[in-house]
Design a protein around this ligand. Structure first.
Ligand code: ADE
Length: 414
């Protein structure tokens, strides 16, 4: 595609996303008027696509100096990165298919600006700051983290005393994980699988590894498309929940024997290993929706295979030593962004409204936060929920004074 066509596509994708992110638009109006982030430097490592552009531009338009790069080498929409650089004057280093070296160079370029605040997805920037870029550590006053995997890493750093600045756990805000992790991942994972394969979901044996909020969403949407869904889960309570939600629950070693498709969403490594690949039927599709590409062990897959070839965009065929063939989507990277278009704009509207307000909270409301992981305050969740309902045109009932009193007063209970 010619550069001007790519630029036009990027601009239109950003406009489309902006039109479908009305909560963030409301917040932007106020922040631009007040110039909320005037004088601040904000370094961001997020999946560089249209919805992220809307967040980055919001923060820039509210007065901050912003640099953006990707948080995964395959999740960048190059048209959007081009539009940010060329049309909106927002410097962006992300590029789809970046080598590991170029990916880290881009993260380092963001840190070179000595950001006051960092917005991260997966904690690669935060991790760099605490290892190879300690020279920058002193200038960073705090960070926001977008995703479950990143928060798991940061909590581990806080626990062993390594973490040197406060981090807002945006992922754990109700208005983020309830919708983004569940409905967002559910829909965008199906988008990624269907775009990559152009195959039918209905009637397939669809195995989901992990029944956290992302796994719940994937299982629900796979069922909705007519698949026969099996869940693999290591937590007994979640396993019961999956069973009572109507899914088969099995250990992976059993589940893979029947599987037509396996999708991982656990946040842990080595969910699918050599033992599993050897048991799979020929034709089985493998995809990952977790943040890192270590859930499906690619080293083990190579070890049990004798041949690998690319058969479609985002689909590699592995011929195993036992003669069967399995298909790895998006090289084991998050299939919803590497092969699909990421979460829908109306979902990222809520997540990124929480991001913008959490940045404001961290920067101005509470200057004395110790290095630790912090929940997003309830009032931010509540404000985003109220705005979302308004923009959806949904009205709800409110408690009367006497009902409020009844709920407060235990003596009125009979
Ligand atoms: N778009 C931007 N960030 C995203 C994320 N973390 N997950 C899915 N889609 C996204």
């Amino acid at each position: 595609m010619r550069t001007n066509e790519l630029l036009d596509r990027g601009i239109k994708r950003i406009e489309w996303a902006r039109t479908h992110m009305p909560v963030l638009a409301e917040i932007r109006k106020r922040m631009v008027k007040e110039q909320t982030f005037e004088g601040l430097k904000v370094g961001m490592a997020l999946h560089t696509e249209a919805k992220t552009a809307v967040l980055a531009l919001t923060i820039q338009e509210a007065g901050a100096e912003v640099l953006l790069t990707g948080c995964n080498p395959l999740s960048t929409d190059d048209s959007v990165a081009l539009a940010l650089n060329e049309k909106y004057g927002l410097e962006t280093y992300a590029e789809k298919g970046q080598s590991q070296k170029a990916y880290y160079q881009s993260l380092n370029r963001v840190l070179d600006m000595k950001p006051d605040y960092v917005i991260d997805d997966g904690a690669d920037l935060i991790f760099l700051l605490h290892t190879k870029r300690k020279d920058i550590l002193k200038s960073v006053k705090g960070a926001n983290e977008e995703t479950t995997t990143g928060i798991m890493r940061i909590r581990a750093m806080a626990q062993d005393g390594t973490l040197k600045f406060p981090v807002m756990s945006v992922n754990d805000a109700y208005m983020k994980y309830m919708f983004d992790n569940r409905y967002g991942t559910g829909q965008s994972t199906m988008d990624g699988i269907m775009t990559a394969t152009n195959l039918v979901i209905a009637g397939k044996c669809f195995v989901v590894a992990g029944y956290g909020w992302c796994g719940r969403g994937i299982a629900m949407r796979a069922k909705g498309l007519g698949a026969d869904v099996t869940v693999c889960e290591i937590d007994p309570i979640r396993a019961i929940e999956a069973r009572l939600d109507g899914f088969a629950v099995k250990p992976m070693a059993e589940a893979v024997r029947e599987a037509d498709m396996v999708v991982t969403a656990t946040g842990c490594k080595d969910v699918l290993t050599a033992r599993d690949f050897r048991q799979m039927k020929s034709g089985c599709l493998l995809a990952n929706s977790g943040h890192f590409d270590n859930e499906i062990s690619k080293a083990a897959l190579k070890q049990v295979s004798r041949k690998r070839r690319k058969v479609r965009d985002s689909v590699d065929e592995y011929t195993l030593k036992n003669g069967r063939k399995v298909y790895l989507l998006a090289d084991g990277r998050l299939v919803n962004l590497a092969a699909g278009q990421g979460h829908p704009a109306e979902i990222m509207d809520m997540s990124f409204a929480i991001q913008a307000m959490s940045l404001e909270y961290m920067a101005f409301s509470v200057r004395s936060l110790e290095p630790n992981v912090y929940d997003v305050p309830d009032h931010i969740d509540k404000q985003v929920a109220d705005l979302k309902l308004q923009t959806m045109g949904v009205k709800i009932d409110r408690l009367t004074k006497s009902q409020k009193k009844y709920l407060r007063d235990w003596k009125e209970g009979t």
